[in-house]
Design a protein around this ligand. Sequence first.
Ligand SMILES: NC(=O)c1ccc[n+]([C@@H]2O[C@H](COP(=O)([O-])OP(=O)(O)OC[C@H]3O[C@@H](n4cnc5c(N)ncnc54)[C@H](OP(=O)(O)O)[C@@H]3O)[C@@H](O)[C@H]2O)c1
Length: 253
Amino acid sequence: MSRIGFIGTGHIAAPMVRFLASKGHFISVTDRNTDVSAALRTELGVTVTDAQSVVDTSDIVFLCLRPQIAPDVLETLTFRADQQIISVMAAVSAQQLAQLCAPASDFVQTIPLGFLQQGGCPLAAFGNDTLLADLFQPENPVVSVSDEAALNAHFAICAMVPGMLDLMATGAAWLTEQTGDADAAEFYTTQLLSGFLSTMETGTSGRLATERDALATEGTLSLQMTDGLQSGRAHDVLRATLTAIGSRLETKE
Ligand SMILES: NC(=O)c1ccc[n+]([C@@H]2O[C@H](COP(=O)([O-])OP(=O)(O)OC[C@H]3O[C@@H](n4cnc5c(N)ncnc54)[C@H](OP(=O)(O)O)[C@@H]3O)[C@@H](O)[C@H]2O)c1
């Protein structure tokens, strides 16, 4: 079992703490956010303390701060050369991390989502992917990437989650207009997509297109939908937005 510390105890730290605590690791977290840290102490018995004490008592340190405040917080802390650092912060580059956390030199940058707590969250990893795999696999598969640009592209793909939720919300709202039953409309729309995806085989490229083409055959409603989205330039908009998000992350490096 490892001694694991969290700097920044907010939305994304909490589910990781819960997952790692369930594995028996010894966990300390910074007191901010006080509501979240107090809840984790009550629920899991984690240690709540100041940031330097978290660093001092940890072998592995998670950095879970908002990017805009990360430099100010981290440059006040003293790290050790033997520590391993896991950053989940978008737009804080490997070079910045190396400067801010020196003399620590063992890093991995990743992109967790909150459902990691339940398992099934792919973790893109740039850096020490073995460290991440040791902590989160087999429940959450680690997907290694070769450079920081690729990691940033994965951050952009993560933004597709709220994008897709937004599209689904529009579909559910449209269905509600037809049926008058908002709860049933949202249940149906959500269960349809999640049920379909949960049974789909993953891991082989081309699978998405194969499943699409199996549905969208000549004369079907499915083909009317895929054609309509293509001709309405939905895919062009998606690509342009992914590129814009990727560029935004790159300019921060
Ligand atoms: N949310 C996600 O799903 C998600 C997914 C992947 C990656 N990330 C990344 O994770 C990072 C954190 O995101 P988040 O959504 O978890 O944000 P968040 O909920 O705002 O968490 C940030 C935490 O940092 C704390 N903090 C602020 N100043 C501090 C200080 N001086 N010392 C110690 N802690 C301090 C905040 O406490 P106060 O509330 O008291 O200010 C808060 O608990 C971001 O870099 C983001 O890119 C988030």
